[in-house]
Design a protein around this ligand. Structure first.
Ligand SMILES: O=C(O)C(=O)C[C@]1(C(=O)O)C=C[C@@H](O)C=C1
Length: 357
């Protein structure tokens, strides 16, 4: 054997030895990941990585430069972090790895979210009066709709803005359920309200501002009604999924995810609709996903194409706000559709819906 061949054989042996050690290291990292999940600590630990790099540099006798050693080990740490994350995700109750089949949220009136048919959730931003909600509800019922949304508790940016009618608003919504058989979707902002609201509401909404209000999430987990969870204004998809996991791990698997746009530097729309979140959520979780085209765009002129895009990328339905007289609405006056606008919007989006039957 030539000298070159001998050296190459030795290099190959060393490769296998490194591989064996990497395999062992990966297994240990996975166990560390499990312990971290139990303890609820972050997987990525830059302080620990820094300490290990310092130890390695101290021991480094060459021929590789300190920086090269650092780079190589940083890659190893990164690979371990990814391994730990993938493993922990696999164990999430909301993950598709845990439950491959779609979750279908079913209602006593036969409606389903996440089933074969795509659905719509329309209604006014805030409940203002019986007449106002009835004007929208009658239109929805006439179009065979099974849901109406309306806010009775309004988490508003300014404390001086309309805060909602509270329980009175929920009572008005319940009337619409009795009169038209519509399922009521309404937001809860206080964990103590679930019990009171249970008699009026069919789907508890957790709004964007409360996506990481863990006390609300835990209480939602104890409810036996479906939860519509909106993505936080600045939440990553991972954080959104963990918020859903809070609900599931507390006992409630009837969760509907709602992408409603995130805050970016873009000012042309109210928020930036993260359309890619839809297929990512559908792939990574077994939960139904809706897209709120009102809060994401804040623009009636583009709501229809955006709603079509949502259905095209796999959303299970679309949410949008409708008000009989948006100009005098007590919240979101500029972005709610009036009944005429809604009529054209509905005709078109319903046609698009039928393409997916
Ligand atoms: O020591 C840990 O806490 C680990 O999770 C292991 C490990 C590693 O691969 O060495 C992985 C990710 C962390 O960022 C730090 C270190």
């Amino acid at each position: 054997m030539t000298e070159l061949n001998q050296l190459r054989t030795r290099i190959e042996e060393i490769n296998f030895a490194i591989l064996e050690l990497l395999t062992e290291r990966g297994e240990v990292a996975k166990k560390i990941g499990q312990e971290k999940m139990k303890a609820g600590t972050d997987i990525y630990d830059p302080q620990r990585e820094k300490e290990m790099l310092n130890q390695l540099i101290e021991q480094n006798k060459g021929p590789y430069d300190d920086n090269v050693i650092k780079q190589l080990f940083k890659e190893i740490f990164k690979a371990s972090t990814e391994l730990q994350q993938a493993q922990n995700e696999k164990h999430l109750l909301v993950s598709r790895k845990m439950k491959p089949e779609d979750t279908i949220v079913s209602f006593p009136n036969g409606a389903e979210i996440g089933g074969q048919e795509k659905i719509f959730v329309f209604g006014p931003c805030s409940v203002e009066s019986y007449e106002q909600v009835d004007a929208v509800a009658s239109q929805l019922a006439a179009r065979g709709q099974k849901f109406i949304r309306g806010g009775a508790f309004k988490p508003r940016t300014s404390p001086y803005d309309f805060q909602g009618l509270g329980e009175e608003g929920l009572k008005i919504l319940k009337e619409m359920n009795k009169k038209y058989g519509l399922n009521i979707v309404s937001e809860i902002v206080n964990p103590a309200h679930f019990e009171m609201a249970d008699q009026y509401v069919d789907v508890f909404q957790i709004g964007a501002r409360n996506m990481q209000n863990f006390e609300i999430l835990k209480e939602a987990g104890k409810s036996n009604k479906p939860i519509l969870l909106k993505r936080g204004l600045a939440a990553t998809i991972e954080e959104f999924i963990y918020a859903a996991e809070y609900i599931h791990s507390n006992g409630n698997s009837q969760i509907i995810m709602c992408e409603r746009g995130i805050r970016t530097y873009e000012k042309a729309t109210r928020n930036t609709l993260d359309i890619s979140a839809v297929p990512i959520l559908k792939q990574g979780t077994h939960l139904p996903v809706l897209v709120d085209v009102t809060h994401s765009t804040g623009r009636k002129d583009i709501m229809l194409p955006v709603a079509k895009a949502a259905l095209a990328v796999g959303a299970d339905g679309v949410m949008a706000e409708v008000h009989p007289d948006p100009a005098v609405a007590l919240s979101d006056a500029g972005q709610q559709m009036d009944l005429q606008e809604f009529d054209s919007f509905f005709t078109e989006i319903d046609k698009a819906r039928q393409l997916y039957l």
